[in-house]
Design a protein around this ligand. Structure first.
Ligand code: ATP
Length: 308
């Protein structure tokens, strides 16, 4: 057992979900990955993770929240993998932890919920175990767990290249108000990329970020941003789940400045001009019975961070 002095210690970390304002994909590479260029924005939907000491070599997780039963609680849980990896990398065999995650980020929603939990576990355990970890080392470790994990550590607004794991900051002014439509369908990322390969074997065409999108972020202009949102995976997601086209149409008809399937879906994100417009849009969508649930969020927000 760990030292009695630290047995009661609890480290709390909050991690945010993300949406992709732009997602451009090249064709499938020979290693199976797709070369991506994406602009992430972290938004205010959060998983909260607590980490406590456990016996050496024991890494466990308990999930709570509406969708907790959709997430594995064994060694395949990304937060458990992250904790075990960090312990292994530290070379200290005396480490173990019990994790508890209150899940609010939609599961398999294209919002990087699993990656957010992995990022939260890396940060929480590095503090719990007093590893004095270099943030760059955590980013590197995170990238081995999943392409979105580095962004979930940093948050804000960032350009991701490679598999989406090589990050560069993006200038962005102001806050953006989004209405998320959570959908019932399960769209796994590999399935959506598989359909993308069938539909667009040469990739998504132009790989560069639209300059108008970057200018809109610098100017803090939601109307311009709404016009330039782009996701090369959107057609693939719609072809697997055609109802998404109806959701996109409904949001636009109800006054959204723009709408986009988030990542590989099935969550759809609509941009509103301000907080009040977001409220009106969310009421309109709910009244029309669109989606499984509606959430209002804003971004950018920070990535994984310590609470208390
Ligand atoms: P992506 O990062 O590809 O956009 P997503 O947001 O669509 O992913 P996630 O919620 O991250 O989807 O879940 C992807 C898969 O990972 C699911 O099959 C889920 O069961 C599994 N998984 C493992 N650990 C976790 C976790 N801690 N939270 C959520 N999902 C997890």
């Amino acid at each position: 057992m760990a030292s009695p002095l630290v047995e009661d210690e609890v480290i709390r970390v909050r991690a945010s979900g993300k949406i992709n304002l732009a997602l451009r994909s090249g064709p499938r590479r020979s290693d199976g990955y797709h070369e991506l260029a994406t602009i992430f924005q972290a938004v205010s939907v959060y998983d909260d993770l607590e980490a406590r000491w456990d016996e050496p070599g024991r890494f466990s997780v308990t999930m709570t929240g509406d969708q907790a039963d959709l997430v594995p609680c064994d060694d395949s849980n990304l937060a458990v993998k992250a904790a075990a990896l960090l312990a292994r990398e530290s070379g200290n065999r005396g480490l173990g932890c019990q994790l508890t995650i209150r899940k609010a980020i939609p599961v398999t929603g294209g919002m990087a919920g699993g990656s957010a939990d992995a990022a939260a576990a890396l940060l929480a355990c590095s503090v719990l175990w007093d590893l004095d970890a270099d943030p760059d080392d955590l980013l590197e470790l995170g990238a081995t767990l999943g392409a979105d994990v580095p962004f979930c550590l940093t948050g804000g607004t960032a350009l991701g290249t490679g598999r989406g794991d090589r990050l560069a900051p993006v200038l962005s002014r102001g806050s953006y108000y989004w209405v998320l439509v959570l959908n019932e369908a399960e769209l796994s990322t590999p399935a959506v990329f598989g359909r993308f390969d069938q539909l667009r074997p040469l990739g998504g065409g132009e790989f560069a970020m639209p300059p108008e999108l970057l200018s809109a972020l610098i100017a803090g202009d939601p109307a311009a941003l709404g016009r330039t949102l782009i996701n090369d995976l959107e057609q693939a997601a719609i072809s697997l789940h055609p109802e998404l086209a109806e959701v996109l149409r409904a949001g636009r008809e109800l006054g959204a400045l723009g709408g986009i399937v988030s990542g590989s879906g099935p969550t759809v994100a609509f941009l509103a001009g301000d907080e009040r417009a977001a409220m009106e849009l969310s009421v309109g969508l709910a009244t029309h019975g669109i989606g499984r649930a509606i959430r209002r969020v804003h971004g950018p927000v920070p990535g994984a961070r310590l609470l208390s």
